[in-house]
Ligand binder design. Sequence first.
Ligand SMILES: Cc1cc2nc3c(=O)[nH]c(=O)nc-3n(C[C@H](O)[C@H](O)[C@H](O)COP(=O)(O)OP(=O)(O)OC[C@H]3O[C@@H](n4cnc5c(N)ncnc54)[C@H](O)[C@@H]3O)c2cc1C
Length: 368
Amino acid sequence: MPDTASVKTGALKRLIGPVIGPVIDPVAFDFWAAKVNPLLSWERPLARVVARQVAARDSVTLVLKPNRHVPPVQAGQHVPVTVEVDGVRLTRSYSPSSVGGKRGKGCLAITVKRIPGGRVSSHLCQNVRVGDVLELGEAFGEMTLRPEVPRWLYIAAGSGITPLMSLLRAQAAGQSRADVTLLYWARTRADLCFLDELRHLDSHQPGVRVHIILTREAALLPGEHSGRPDAALLTQLVPDLAERRVYACGTGGFVDSLRTLLADQVAGFDAEAFTLPERAAVAGAPVQVTLRRSGRVLDIPAGEALLPALEARGIHPKHGCRMGICNSCACDRISGTSENLNTGATQTEPGVVRICISAARSDMTLDL
Ligand SMILES: Cc1cc2nc3c(=O)[nH]c(=O)nc-3n(C[C@H](O)[C@H](O)[C@H](O)COP(=O)(O)OP(=O)(O)OC[C@H]3O[C@@H](n4cnc5c(N)ncnc54)[C@H](O)[C@@H]3O)c2cc1C
């Protein structure tokens, strides 16, 4: 349920919006309204941190109470989260680890793993406190509950557990009766999030089976396994592999190796990667990228992803997932050749380009 203050803003906006809407400055309204309640906003989707818990080593769960402008989120989706770090607005995607349920009606929880040197994850894990306000965007993602699928295999590595945890929690709340096996990889036991809850689901939730696999733990406890994903381990832990549909989540490399390993072995495969697969170093000669609106002209190595290249030069275009999923960074390529770094496909006709996964292959003009 939206915050009561934002319901009041909603009522106020409905009442006076048609009269003063055309002349009001939303930024000025938000500035003064925030002095009364930081969640009050004319139109910005904001959420207040209402609880903060350590989820595992270097991982923190933030429970968020959204205002009425935050669009609905389904279990398994991801949302763009925007924060200001050292005066710069930065956006990253996070898959809520729970949506509603025990956390409170209308609340979301995100569980963030701190990446060494990572700007947003370090800020969320170390600086954000109860009462702080984050900006959210529209939720994306197709890895949601599908009542027509009877048997699932969920596979997570590290922080990739978050969307799968939210699906398991939705199932525990009665939103699904599917038979689910979860394989959850982490380095050590201390890196596992939600361990007690997962053990409880394994022993009490009908149809749910949880296997923990640790790659760097010296001594394993009963029920824990070790090793990287390979055919032998997968068939040992999941004898009915061929009957299950897979949702997998982790780094780009983890997800890619599973996709190869499980091709034609399972009833279906969907995955979400939290990072792009590692690429060979870029050695392209510089090309000129012209930004039509600002009139700036920049030298950027051919083959380097445009979004980080622009950010490194002090330009901060709108973006979301940084993975080519959410389309938030899409802009018009007026001229020039771009390469989709995920597929290797090149485009020369003027058209829309997602700058987070595209590189310039010739001099180029973007509508930025
Ligand atoms: C759809 C989607 C959902 C996501 N959900 C979650 C989630 O629920 N919880 C969560 O903790 N993260 C999640 N992420 C990752 C998150 O969006 C950020 O990428 C991550 O928090 C790092 O951001 P940063 O600003 O701290 O790092 P940056 O400052 O952007 O990067 C610093 C360095 O860390 C590397 N890096 C970035 N992300 C990762 C990563 N995940 N693992 C290893 N190295 C990385 C970068 O390549 C770079 O070298 C998700 C990503 C996507 C695309």
